[in-house]
Design a binder for this molecule. Structure first.
Ligand code: G3I
Length: 377
């Protein structure tokens, strides 16, 4: 959690970092291909093509790790809080809201001319400890409404978009519509998703309201089934005029076949409805991959290149974010995703020493592949 001292440090970092000079410091080699600062950055390449390129960030790292802050400032034009805008971060007690950490991210973004996405207003995970003992069928709808009014209201007019509801479809659900059997469904009723979107729309009419989910990227039977259920949900929300975009998380794994056409058909269907699509949480898990580090890097880069090139060919795909920026800080470092050989995973555009990885160059090339006809934001 970000304390006041950390918050002041973020503010100081905000003032001190010049995006161009800061990232130049990352580049240790004189080889021009490894100079990824300024005009060679992801950010510059994205902006040339009218795209948003982003990553998930943590405010305590922006405050305490100058190299990390410099990388985020120089490479990215769209931030999202990895955890700082979730319920457990914002709600220390049922009657309390704490925006210190989330506000620090917004301050960083504003000083570096970056946009910020909100993640997220309603999810079955990351709920505070008090939730289970406090929220009941009698007060769940009011609790959800108050949270969204207060949080979306706090940031109103300042955010690019909100993940209003996250991961509400579960292929293992016994329900035909695939709605996840979650505390929200059980306590607030089956129209809780509409309630969340309607409340968010009122609280912040400017943010693009997004439904965000994973496991819909491939053409495997499980992904195809989940994608169809997500589409049905989105069509329902669209009929009520309360959704603007879909977030395709894109947590991919080595060996994934990303050449299928199902996701592109889905994206085109959404385009026909006037909806944008954001790649919200891209990374590549190499927990089970064989071979040398170079082999695995090549596989991660293949997936970045193929996946992003296919997706960015679709004009309504307007933003691509990775879930983190450096392998030093990735959720895939958690023991659950540890490789059997103990070697670190390398799922992101920069490695644990802040050097660009093969994935960086694949991502940058994919941004450059954006067809001119796709238009600008
Ligand atoms: O904040 C505490 C810290 O005080 C404590 O010392 C530490 C010890 O484990 O835990 C910290 O909280 C952890 C938090 O990450 C911050 O590191 C939680 O235990 C841990 O559950 C939490 O995990 C996050 C997870 O969402 C659940 O909220 C991951 O960082 C984050 O990457 C992950 O992100 C999700 C997206 O929101 C939705 N899509 C999937 C994605 C990956 O799971």
């Amino acid at each position: 959690m970000l304390n006041r001292r950390d918050f002041l440090k973020v503010s100081a970092a905000v003032a001190a970092i010049s995006p161009l000079s800061a990232v130049r410091a990352q580049s240790s080699s004189s080889d021009s291909s490894s100079d990824v600062s300024g005009a060679n950055s992801l950010r510059a390449h994205a902006e040339q093509h009218g795209l948003l390129v982003g990553c998930a960030v943590a405010p305590e790292r922006l405050a305490n790790d100058a190299q990390y802050a410099a990388l985020v400032a120089g490479q990215i034009n769209l931030l999202v809080a990895e955890n700082a805008m979730k319920w457990h971060a914002l709600r220390p007690a049922p009657d309390k809201f704490d925006f210190t950490a989330a506000d620090a991210i917004l301050a960083f973004a504003e000083s570096h001319n970056q946009k910020l996405r909100g993640h997220n207003l309603c999810w079955h995970e990351a709920l505070p400890d008090w939730f289970a003992s406090t929220v009941t069928k009698a007060n769940a709808r009011q609790t959800l409404t108050k949270h969204i009014e207060t949080v979306a209201g706090h940031f109103a007019g300042k955010l690019h978009s909100w993940d209003v509801v996250n991961e509400a479809i579960d292929p293992a659900s016994p329900r035909p519509d695939g709605l996840r059997v979650s505390p929200w469904l059980e306590l607030a009723g089956e129209d809780y998703i509409e309630l969340a979107f309607r409340t968010a729309r009122q609280a912040d009419p400017k943010a693009l309201l997004t439904y965000n989910d994973y496991g819909i990227e491939l053409d495997t039977p499980k992904h195809v089934d989940k994608r169809a259920k997500v589409l049905a949900l989105v069509q329902r929300l669209h009929a009520s005029g309360i959704i603007d975009a879909v977030g395709v998380q894109s947590h991919l794994s080595a060996g994934d076949d990303v050449s299928g056409t199902g996701l592109r058909d889905f994206v085109r269907e959404l385009r026909g409805m006037g909806l944008q699509v954001f790649i919200t949480e891209l990374d590549v898990n190499t927990q089970k991959a064989q071979g040398t580090v170079a082999d695995r890097d090549a596989e991660v880069a293949r997936i970045y290149r193929e996946y992003l090139t296919h997706m960015l060919a679709e004009p309504n795909v307007t933003a691509a974010l990775t879930w983190g920026i450096t392998d030093r800080y990735t959720w895939l470092n958690s023991p659950r995703y540890a490789r059997p050989d103990g070697q670190r995973q390398r799922p992101l555009p920069f490695d644990a020493d802040y050097k660009p990885t093969s994935a960086f160059f694949a991502e940058r090339a994919a941004l450059d592949s954006r067809p001119a006809a796709a238009g600008r934001l």
